[in-house]
Design a protein around this ligand. Structure first.
Ligand SMILES: Nc1nc2c(ncn2[C@@H]2O[C@H](COP(=O)(O)OP(=O)(O)OP(=O)(O)O)[C@@H](O)[C@H]2O)c(=O)[nH]1
Length: 689
């Protein structure tokens, strides 16, 4: 039987800061669920979920891997996502299709910058979460501080379902506050055997107090609990669990559990909590889908195997040159051999085979239903974020929000063979990763790769060599700046040309205004019907302005924080042509932007740096030299944690510099924060000084 009941499916992801223990936890989940018979370890390079060779060598997760496992009645579709910000799209696309998540925090490091950003991403998709405070066995584990940070930094309300039994090397298990019993894990058999015991005397008071907090939280979601509690009547564990489940599904509370995954402690209760507190696909809100042609007509898709077929392709993998497409089925039933329509690309294609994925193994399926996550072979066109549906019932789901690249790198093939293989191989890498872009520099003819960070592009070039046998020389990483303007202008542009006896004309009146930082590019065109221009020419105009904005007008960087308003588009039938309009729009935009005080913005990163106290002064000095703005410092044991904002252009190669300045003991993580005015020397470099 490989068709799960809908109520028993849990589509969950594991999200957190880098190194909090996602892969270690996933590995235990697969082991206890009987999916694997030997536990792989990240630090030995043998974790099952980190199967790509680079992942095993670097000890980090690069691609999100989806796998199904059974836990009692539950069918858990588990997605292991990377913590490093350079692979943020993996988190984004997973959150888009998941119904619930386990957020892991390290009991020592607490809420780190990347935990904050994945938490915000999960908020955006309203994904209910349970929290695991991991690494309770490590020296310096401090769970009250971690809870305080969850409250303060994440603005969330944690509710303890357990108390830890001991801490650091004494961490032996947990006390289940609902069942009021201690759960101990046997280290001798890799934590497979659990033993239950009464709450130790020394913990009685702490348990009573924590249980009272838990009842108070549950009472917020069930008035009868409040009445019983106020009148001193006992409240059964089942009712408490149901009330807490309600609060969790509304994202108003976040149940907290404890563990030490590496020591095989705390995983089975976590799996039970996934079933008890996270939603099945039947419990998630309906998903809106548009009719692709009219756009405005929407339909609310509920999880129904008999409903209209609608799927989201949320990941595409190049598997020995062929595409394997991961699909979340929102409605309907998908069969192997089905013909599907892709409204994004306007094409029809066939699912040759369907699989349920088990880490890197696969199980053939004849069909799969709404609510499930499966993989398909045979789809040639679909890319990440595309919708698939029946040709006779076209539906379109909202796509993914894909961040723009901030770092670029020029690559040059080493030999003739490499030259031939370069572009087709880069194409395949682009199927998989929408944050990775390739273009040709129009001046030098060089191939330019752009992505989310140095590490991202390093991984891409290594994969190019190892998986595709393409050897390249790489240039130095460069910042991808943005172009913007400093004042408002209006400009009329008229194009007129005679070509082979035919007149081509186009005229536009453009108004450009600067927007506040973070405003993006806003294009205001008249509604079709309101303009004298036929709708197809209006679309030509829109596309021309978008293309010209993406290519930049002064230094070749995309325009941002600008409102472009098309005020007038005179139309003369038979004379106003596509060519004429395109030329007027592109030239008009370039000239208007030049008159509007063009300038450049640079990407600024949020940095969290950890250095031993003795080196803090030296590190602060170096950050200052890098135009860094220190926002806070905190002593944590014998290290200083420094939070700062630093321009990305100053950070290339910083890991090596920091390591040598701190005798290898300093470390940092960073993520994109915002764009800010670039300094004078950058403007001069691009002729804008
Ligand atoms: N002491 C201790 N170490 C742990 C625990 N869990 C994980 N680790 C170690 O912490 C390191 C990071 O663990 P991973 O499981 O790779 O963390 P991750 O969150 O998957 O990391 P990325 O995939 O790179 O984002 C590894 O060396 C683990 O062995 C734990 O409970 N206690």
């Amino acid at each position: 039987m490989n068709q799960p009941a809908l109520s028993s499916i849990r589509n969950i992801g594991i999200i957190s800061h880098i190194d909090a223990g996602k892969t270690t936890v996933s590995e235990r989940i697969l082991f206890y669920a009987g999916e694997i018979h030997k536990m792989g370890e990240v630090h030995e390079g043998s974790a099952t979920m980190d199967w790509m060779d680079q992942e095993q060598e670097r000890g980090i997760t690069i691609t999100a891997t989806s796998t199904t496992c059974r836990w009692g009645e539950l069918w858990i579709n588990l997605i292991d996502t990377p913590g490093h910000i350079d692979f943020t799209i993996e988190v984004e696309r997973s959150l888009r299709v998941l119904d619930g998540a386990v957020t892991i925090f390290s009991a020592v490091e607490g809420v780190q910058p990347q935990s904050e950003s994945v938490w915000r991403q999960a908020d955006r998709y309203r994904v209910p979460r349970i929290c695991l405070i991991n690494k309770m066995d490590r020296i310096g584990a401090d769970y009250p501080r971690c809870l305080e940070q969850i409250r303060e930094r994440l603005g969330a309300r944690p509710v303890l379902l357990q108390l830890p039994l001991g801490v650091e090397s004494e961490f032996a298990g947990v006390i289940d506050l609902l069942a009021e019993q201690a759960v101990l894990f046997d280290e001798a058999d890799q934590g497979r055997t659990l033993s239950l015991a009464a709450v130790p005397e020394a913990y009685r008071e702490a348990v009573a107090e924590a249980r009272e907090r838990l009842i108070e939280a549950a009472a917020d979601f069930d008035d009868s609990i409040l009445a019983d509690f106020l009148e001193g009547r006992p409240v059964e564990a089942g009712r408490l669990q149901q009330a807490l489940r309600r609060g969790t599904l509304q994202c108003r509370i976040f149940p907290v559990l404890f563990g030490a995954a590496l020591r095989n402690k705390g995983i089975q209760p976590l799996l039970d909590a996934v079933g008890a507190f996270l939603p099945s696909p039947l419990e998630v809100p309906p998903v809106p889908a548009h009719h692709p042609e009219t756009e405005r007509e929407t339909e609310e898709l509920v999880c129904d195997p008999k409903g209209p077929l609608c799927l989201l392709a949320f990941k595409v993998l190049a598997d020995e040159g062929r595409k394997l497409t991961y699909l979340r089925i929102y409605s309907g039933t998908l069969k192997a051999g089905d013909s599907l329509y892709n409204p994004v690309r306007g094409c029809q294609e066939k699912v040759a085979r369907l699989f349920r994925m088990h880490a890197h193994k696969r199980e053939r399926l004849d069909e799969a239903q709404a609510g499930d996550i499966v993989a398909a072979a045979g789809l040639k066109e679909a890319l990440t974020g595309d919708t698939l549906c029946r040709p006779e019932r076209p539906l379109l789901l909202a796509g993914l929000s894909i961040p723009d690249p901030v770092v670029s790198l020029a690559v040059e093939p080493k030999g003739v063979d490499d030259r031939e293989k370069l572009l087709p191989s880069l194409d395949k890498l682009q199927w998989e990763d929408p944050t990775f872009k390739v273009h040709e520099d129009p001046e030098t003819g060089q191939t330019i790769l752009s992505g989310m960070g140095e590490l991202h592009l390093e991984v891409v070039t290594t994969r190019l060599e190892r998986e595709f046998g393409v050897h390249v020389k790489t240039g130095r990483p460069q910042v991808v700046y943005r172009e913007t303007i400093s004042r408002k202008v209006e400009r009329r542009e008229h194009f007129h040309r005679d070509l082979d006896g035919k007149v081509h004309e186009g005229e536009v009146l453009l108004g450009l205004s600067p927007l506040p930082r973070g405003g993006g590019l806003k294009l205001l065109l008249p509604e079709p019907g309101a303009a004298s221009l036929p709708p197809e020419l209006l679309e030509v105009l829109r596309q021309s302005l978008l293309q010209a904005s993406a290519a930049g007008v002064r230094a070749g960087f995309p325009l941002t924080d600008i409102e472009v308003r098309v005020a007038e588009i005179p139309f003369a039938a038979g004379v106003t042509t596509e060519l004429g309009l395109r030329a007027a729009a592109q030239r008009g935009l370039a000239l208007a932007a030049r008159e509007a005080g063009p300038t450049l913005l640079e990407p600024v990163m949020s940095l969290e740096l950890i250095a031993p106290g003795d080196y803090a002064g030296k590190v602060l000095g170096s950050l200052q030299q890098k135009r860094g703005r220190v926002e806070g410092m905190q002593t944590r044991g014998d290290v200083e944690v420094i939070r700062a904002k630093v321009p990305l252009s100053e950070m290339f190669g910083y890991m090596t510099e920091l390591r040598s300045a701190t005798k290898g003991r300093g470390t940092f993580t960073m993520e994109f924060s915002h764009f800010d005015q670039a300094p004078a020397e950058v403007l001069e470099r691009f002729g804008l000084g």
